[in-house]
Structures are given as structure tokens and as C-alpha cells.
Ligand binder design. Structure first.
Ligand code: SF4
Ligand code: SF4
Length: 315
């Protein structure tokens, strides 16, 4: 496990839940009425980010629906990390224009990730061809031949500006993972208690480091720091108020999160008397590992300190 959290490999930041779309499967319930932050909140979050981050992914909601704030974030990140900082924008692509792309590239965006190629998005990737033409016209490289989700097939030259595209499908983004938000409300999440999303990229595995099979990544949902993209029931910390490195150092001493770092939530209660067999039973009832994780947090952890509620330990 890492001990210096002032360097993170990847930070995934949902800085807005405002979106032009309102997809039925949206895990963070983004939409035209989605939660937004003030510019001042975004700036305090940036001031609390680590000194070194290999890659920052800005997402939403739809970042381009919050364009003025996005530009402010990009300018501030550039001031803090310099022009070479790797920044990827994850977008549904609906609002992208030539002028916006040029501004994004000028402000230091190195990668565009189109995350709307599925049947749940209004435009279901209909704009992909024209977007690809637009990116090609600016000398950007199609990164798809170089990568699979969470794993690099070949190294992408760091000087390239790239684009990629994906969407939610049963195997991946709708799998055992996004039992959250509108996907839950609309009951369109796939029930599969055997699927351990926690052990793959965007799950909690390796959020504290120590492994090489997935990238070390944490997510920030608006201001809430999480070990994974779905987000734990209680966040690790409030990025408006605390340094990310301090929070991760504190959490790295917590046994529950040490086990989550291995990617096996079924073992996270063993030190307080909750067996893996019991965890498997609960997950089978709930049909989803993240729902089990939520229940475990509610029953066993203090929402703020994240320490065990010892008086409620299950036997
Ligand atoms: S899934 Fe993406 S495009 Fe759809 S509502 Fe959520 S943030 Fe917006
Ligand atoms: S099991 Fe918990 S820690 Fe792991 S991905 Fe799901 S919510 Fe995150």
C-alpha cells in the first residue's frame, strides 16, 4: 500500500450533476435539475488536490452543460499543475462544437472520452461519426485500438491528444456496479450477486495503491471523496475542507478500507466478527455487491469517523 498520497495515479471528478440529458440508468441522478457546486467550492477542491496527479478525469453530469465553470476549473488546474498535466474530459458529446473543442484543447484538455454509446442515451451515439471527424480534424488520435477498459494494451504516447468512446452495456457499466441513483429507481440494474465490481477498474481495488493490475484511482462525487466510482454509503472525506492526501493517509489505517483496497468487500467485516459466509448470504439477498457494501456501512460504521460501531457488531 502507498504511504505518500500526495501523488495519485488517477482522480475521477464529477464536478457537476447538471446534464442536458436525463438517462434512465444514470447512477448519480444527473439531469437538468442536477446538483451543482459554486465556483468557490470547485476552487477549494482544487486547492486540496494532491501535488502530483498522473491523470485527472473531469466528468458529470455533462461538463459542457456547465461550460463556464469547466473553463474556470481547467484554468485553475493549469495554474496548479502546468500545461503538460494530463486531463481527460468525459462527456456525452451532445453539446460539443468546433469552437468548444478548440477552447478545450487550448485550455489543456489532452483526451476526450465520449461516454454515451448505448441505448439509454437520447442520441445513442448518433453523433459519433461527426465527432470522430471533428477530433480527427484537430489531429487527435483514436485511442480505442490502444486500450481496453481499465487496461492499457499498448502505451499511448503521452504527447498525443486522444479520443475514445464507450457506453453502458450489460457486461460492464450496467453489470454489478451501478446499483445507484436512477438505475435503482427504474429497476434497470442487473442483479448478479456473483459479480464483484469492487475488484476491477473503478471499483475500490488499489485505491490506496499496492497493486499493478488496475490503476490507482479515487473518485470525487461533487465534493465527496470515494474509493470507487459508484461511491461508498459514507464518503471518505469532504474535499472542500480537507486535503485529499490527509484523508487517504487517515483511511489507509482503517481495516475496513484496507480490505476494500484488496477489492474483496465480502471480507471487510471479518475483523469485527462478520464472516465472509454471512457477507455472501447478505449479498445473495441484495443481489449486488455494492448494495451489500451500503448495508455493511449503515449497520457497522460511524458515518463520519468510518470507525466500527462496536456496540452493533454482528456475531
Ligand atoms: S448518464 Fe450521462 S448523459 Fe445520461 S443523465 Fe447521466 S450524466 Fe447525463
Ligand atoms: S463494494 Fe463498496 S467500495 Fe466496492 S465498488 Fe461497491 S460501493 Fe465501492
Amino acid at each position: 500500500m502507498k504511504t505518500d498520497f500526495n501523488h495519485c495515479e488517477t482522480i475521477y471528478w464529477v464536478f457537476t450533476q447538471l446534464c442536458n440529458d436525463k438517462c434512465a440508468h444514470c447512477y448519480n441522478s444527473s439531469g437538468p435539475q442536477g446538483t451543482r457546486m459554486t465556483d468557490a467550492e470547485c476552487l477549494s477542491i482544487i486547492s486540496n488536490l494532491p501535488d502530483k496527479i498522473d491523470k485527472i478525469i473531469l466528468s458529470g453530469g455533462e461538463p459542457l452543460a456547465e461550460k463556464k465553470q469547466l473553463y474556470l476549473i481547467l484554468d485553475t488546474l493549469r495554474e496548479k499543475y502546468g500545461a503538460e498535466q494530463k486531463i481527460t474530459l468525459q462527456t456525452n458529446g451532445d453539446l460539443m462544437t468546433e469552437k468548444i473543442l478548440d477552447t478545450l484543447l487550448e485550455k489543456g484538455v489532452k483526451g476526450i472520452s465520449i461516454a454515451s454509446l448505448d441505448r439509454f442515451h437520447k442520441h445513442a451515439g448518433a453523433k459519433l461519426d461527426s465527432l470522430k471527424k471533428l477530433f480527427d480534424s484537430r489531429g487527435m488520435i483514436d485511442a480505442m485500438p490502444y486500450m481496453t477498459i481499465g487496461k492499457k494494451k499498448n502505451e499511448i504516447d503521452p504527447s498525443w491528444r486522444t479520443y475514445s468512446y464507450f457506453g453502458a452495456n450489460e457486461e460492464m457499466w450496467l453489470g454489478g456496479n451501478w446499483a445507484r441513483g436512477r438505475a435503482m429507481e427504474n429497476d434497470i440494474w442487473m442483479k448478479d450477486p456473483s459479480h464483484n465490481f469492487c475488484a476491477i477498474q473503478s471499483g475500490a481495488r488499489n485505491f490506496l495503491g499496492g497493486y499493478t493490475d488496475v490503476i490507482q484511482e479515487v473518485s470525487i462525487q461533487l465534493w465527496a471523496l470515494n474509493p470507487c466510482c459508484p461511491g461508498t454509503k459514507f464518503p471518505l472525506g469532504d474535499m472542500r475542507k480537507e486535503k485529499l492526501a490527509d484523508v487517504l493517509l487517515r483511511i489507509s489505517k482503517n481495516k475496513v478500507f484496507q480490505v476494500l483496497n484488496t477489492g474483496n468487500p465480502l471480507k471487510m467485516g471479518e475483523h469485527i466478527g462478520i464472516t465472509e459466509a454471512q457477507a455472501i448470504k447478505d449479498t445473495e439477498v441484495l443481489q449486488n455487491i455494492c448494495s451489500y457494501c451500503d448495508l455493511f456501512f449503515i449497520k457497522n460504521l460511524h458515518p463520519e469517523t468510518l470507525e466500527p460501531l462496536t456496540e452493533q457488531i454482528e456475531k
